[in-house]
Design a protein around this ligand. Structure first.
Ligand SMILES: Nc1ncnc2c1ncn2[C@@H]1O[C@H](COP(=O)(O)OP(=O)(O)OP(=O)(O)O)[C@@H](O)[C@H]1O
Length: 324
């Protein structure tokens, strides 16, 4: 559904030295520098996949999404979406895709959502019957029926994002490009947007490329992730494999029947804390089974849990390394 081959985007930006002298020099003799925002990125996405697009701020995600949706022209490489070349912006292409940006809105602020939906229906040539049927279906999936007659400015942030999604999906696009669709939402609203996206993907067999700084969005929706760093694709594969590779340790928490001095527990792993009968260890993945067996053999244990380090920590570690 999406094929990207050595996609590249250079931006040329003027360089100006500070101060009056810099301004005068800049007026007389402009200097420019080139920023390579996306550098020879290649990947392919199958129909119906939901793929997470990860990268630190400024990595090139939005630039890549803009090229995939035809908003900007690539400086090099090829891109095809559903058989279309995006920058030609053909009507068939525009009917196939949608782009949702969490920080931008398309709904008209003072009008009821329903009025903006009527405008979108006219743009996409939907009949009244299609409009009613699609709005009914999507509003039910989003639990947004009551809010459609309210002016957009009166909606909560979560309701507004849902209304934005409804407007963006009214033409039943097959390919969704979502740039931070849960930005600024509270955890409940984030989770209902995620549930909706999952349902839409299953119901319409849609292909989704999603950027989000909230790892909960990525873990809930994406089995596969692309990771971009300084414009280059540094990972394309399963999220689980990435986490496995970058989280070689587990946190082990044991509840013992009695309190023990730290010196008795230290030989079993990197002892983080002892709080009454509860001890926390960090244990390397490769010695996990061995450590657990030894703890069970040498102590009377009420409870034992093994947890992964928080996913945000793992992803931060990958970004810091800049390579996978
Ligand atoms: N129109 C532009 N002109 C010049 N430079 C730009 C332009 N748009 C983006 N850039 C630069 O290109 C690089 C990539 O930016 P981009 O917005 O694609 O990153 P991003 O991964 O989406 O970041 P974020 O997570 O912060 O949204 C950055 O260095 C940015 O400053």
């Amino acid at each position: 559904m999406i094929t990207v081959d050595r996609l590249t985007k250079h931006y040329t930006v003027p360089v100006k030295q500070p101060g009056l002298r810099g301004t005068l020099t800049h007026l007389l003799q402009r200097q420019y520098r080139t920023i390579t925002a996306v550098n020879e990125v290649s990947f392919a996405i199958e129909s119906g996949e939901i793929v997470g697009f990860l990268g630190p701020n400024g990595a090139g995600k939005t630039t890549a999404l803009k090229m995939l949706t035809g908003l900007i022209h690539p400086s090099g490489g090829q891109v095809q979406v559903a058989g279309y070349v995006p920058f030609r912006r053909e009507p068939g292409f525009l009917r196939t895709i949608t782009l949702v940006m969490g920080q931008k809105q398309q709904l008209l602020w003072d009008l009821p959502t329903m009025d903006s939906l009527r405008i979108n229906a006219a743009v996409y040539g939907l009949s009244d019957r299609e409009l009613r049927q699609r709005v009914g279906e999507l509003a039910e999936m989003l639990a947004l029926e009551r809010q459609l007659s309210q002016p957009v400015r009166k909606l909560s942030l979560g309701e507004r994002m849902k209304a934005e999604l409804l407007a963006a999906l009214l033409h039943h696009p097959k390919v969704l490009f979502l740039d931070e669709p849960t930005l600024g939402l509270d955890v409940n609203a984030q989770s209902s947007v995620r549930d909706f996206l999952r349902e839409y993907n299953q119901h319409f067999k849609a292909t989704v490329l999603l950027t989000s700084h909230y790892m909960a969005d990525i873990t809930a929706l994406c089995r596969r992730v692309l990771m971009i760093y300084k414009g280059q694709l540094i990972y394309d594969g399963s999220l689980d494999a990435l986490l496995e590779r970058f989280s070689p340790c587990r946190e082990v928490t044991v509840e013992l029947t009695a309190g023990y001095p730290a010196s008795d527990l230290e030989p079993y792993g990197d002892l983080q804390s002892v709080d009454g009968h509860i001890a926390h260890f960090i244990v390397p993945q490769e010695t996990l089974t061995q450590t657990i067996s030894k703890l069970l053999a040498n102590f009377e244990i009420v409870d034992l849990t093994v947890t992964d380090p928080p996913i945000e920590d793992v992803i931060r570690r990958v970004f810091e390394a800049g390579t996978v």
